[in-house]
Design a protein around this ligand. Structure first.
Ligand SMILES: Cc1cc2nc3c(=O)[nH]c(=O)nc-3n(C[C@H](O)[C@H](O)[C@H](O)COP(=O)(O)OP(=O)(O)OC[C@H]3O[C@@H](n4cnc5c(N)ncnc54)[C@H](O)[C@@H]3O)c2cc1C
Length: 460
């Protein structure tokens, strides 16, 4: 590869804060709010023009992991409950009690955006949208400044404690903190995917929908589409004028622009092919592509290697930890990392492609699970230990959301948004505690953190 040496920049420092949160998704938004509510001066940086991460940019609904495994007992509350109630007040989500009776919390992504704005503003968070965290300046194993890029050019912001909630551990990676990515033996991550909104479906009958699903299944069987399922009818948000299927699939590394590009273009092509296909199905003559998500959704990329690495066994056994700061209940839900599509869904022993899959050929199948081995015990959960949020080597860095310290199997459970929001509340509260006491996040008293989280309504 040819290289080019960039001339040194002199950077304007445009903001200073006790705590900087990089990324305003389910992992970052609650972290910023919690830290500010506990008195810290907080700067929240987000690359898009709105908050919410995949909840809004990815059209990902519903919020999963809010109740215990295969039950309706809430295991997350605190800021998630408040966010749900605020969306409910706008007609953008069910009320909390009703939401706990559902599989996931349905919501309207636009309602999520506006309540996020309000909560950040009310908490006194300094919000910087349209700003990408591009690099770090590290001295003595601490991040001294974040280098940001925006229409204003390349600038810097300074903070005492940094929370990496970029989903891809961009900050940790740039700062040189130890990270890992994907399966232990080949680094492959779960396939990417996206939600889409299909409009023009209001007049379709149940019978027509069932017939169209069956036609689509047959077309997928014939290899005509790169979807993993045919369940395109139904909506997980608050509106009934469209379907919002989650069925696209594309393999690749979400930290590589080439892979992201291939996935975006490939998925869009599939979506328009679906539209053409649907228009030939009785009742679907008016089907149209109402919305595609702003970005292809990564399910997994870089994980920070923290002081504890959450594993698949922790998830499946519902393991509890003395330093628990959040709870998860989602299962080991691994979307085929090789990108195989229908009838392949998950990476499990029962996979119909096992004879030709390199996972089996390479005898890595010893770590592969059966369908029965994916779930935490019924009506139970696994704890997220605080040690999975503390990064090694860089002592003023915490991580939140889907880049916490976890194995491929561990993250396949912990990645859902209910868990990320609970982790975010814990990360922000921990950072505020550290900032107040002028110590590093690793030095805080975790029992004090747990007491504050409990006072704030979190379930731990
Ligand atoms: C196809 C698909 C389906 C899914 N289905 C569900 C589901 O039904 N229910 C569920 O609960 N979960 C689901 N998930 C998982 C869930 O959406 C994510 O794991 C979750 O959103 C992770 O939250 P996060 O805040 O860690 O990351 P993200 O949601 O990715 O948010 C990261 C934020 O950081 C910003 N950012 C990133 N890099 C930078 C940077 N360098 N500088 C500034 N800003 C940056 C991004 O713009 C974004 O706002 C799904 C995921 C996918 C891909």
């Amino acid at each position: 590869m040819k290289t080019l040496i960039e001339p040194q920049h002199t950077l304007d420092i445009i903001a200073e804060a006790d705590i900087i949160v990089a990324g305003g998704g389910p992992g970052g938004l609650p972290a910023a709010i919690a830290a500010a509510r506990h008195g810290a001066k907080v700067l929240l940086i987000e690359r898009y023009g709105f908050l919410g991460g995949l909840a809004t940019a990815g059209l990902v609904t519903p919020i999963l992991g809010h109740t215990a495994s295969r039950s309706h007992t809430p295991i997350v509350a605190g800021l998630l409950k408040e966010m749900t109630e605020r969306m409910h007040a706008l007609d953008g989500a069910p009320g909390w009690e009703d939401a706990c009776q559902e599989w996931g919390i349905r919501f309207d992504a636009e309602a999520f955006k506006v309540i996020a704005d309000q909560m950040v503003k009310d908490a006194g968070v300094d919000l910087l949208l349209h700003t990408f965290v591009a690099d770090t300046i590290v001295e003595d194993n601490a991040i001294k400044a974040l280098v940001i890029e925006s229409k204003s050019g390349r600038q810097a912001v300074m903070g005492n404690i940094i929370i990496d909630a970029t989903g891809d551990a961009d900050v940790a990676f740039r700062a040189g903190a130890p990270i890992q990515q994907g399966r232990e033996f080949d680094g492959q991550v779960e396939s990417m995917g996206s939600f889409i909104h299909i409009g023009g479906i209001e007049r379709t009958t149940g019978g027509q929908q069932a017939a169209a699903r069956e036609s689509l299944r047959a077309a997928m069987e014939a290899g005509e589409f790169r979807f993993y399922g045919n369940g395109f009818t139904g909506s997980n948000d608050m509106h009934r004028d469209h379907f919002s299927p989650n069925m696209t699939r594309w393999p690749g590394d979400p930290t590589q622009a080439r892979d992201l590009t291939r996935a975006e273009v490939g998925v869009r092509e599939q979506v328009w092919k679906l539209r053409d296909f649907l228009r030939k199905q009785p009742g679907f003559e008016n089907a149209y592509v109402q919305l595609t998500s702003l970005q292809i959704g990564p399910r997994e990329s870089r994980q920070v290697i923290g002081d504890y690495i959450l594993t698949g066994d922790d998830v499946q056994q519902g393991r509890k930890f003395a330093d628990a700061v959040a709870r998860g209940s989602w299962w080991i839900d691994i979307h085929c990392p090789l990108g195989h599509t229908y009838p392949v869904h998950l990476c499990i022993v029962e996979c119909p492609r096992q004879a030709t899959c390199p996972f089996w050929a390479a005898e890595h199948d010893k770590t592969m699970r059966t369908q029965a081995d994916l779930y935490p015990p019924d009506n139970d959960w696994y704890d997220i230990p605080y040690r999975s949020l503390t990064a090694q080597k860089i002592h003023n860095l915490l991580v939140s959301g889907r880049c916490i310290s976890a194995t491929h199997q561990g993250m396949a459970g912990a990645r859902v948004m209910g868990t990320c929001i609970a982790i975010g509340q814990a990360a922000g509260t921990a950072a505020a505690l550290a900032a107040r006491n002028h110590i590093s996040p690793r030095e805080i008293d975790v029992s004090e953190l747990r007491a504050i989280l409990t006072d704030d309504g979190a379930l731990i």
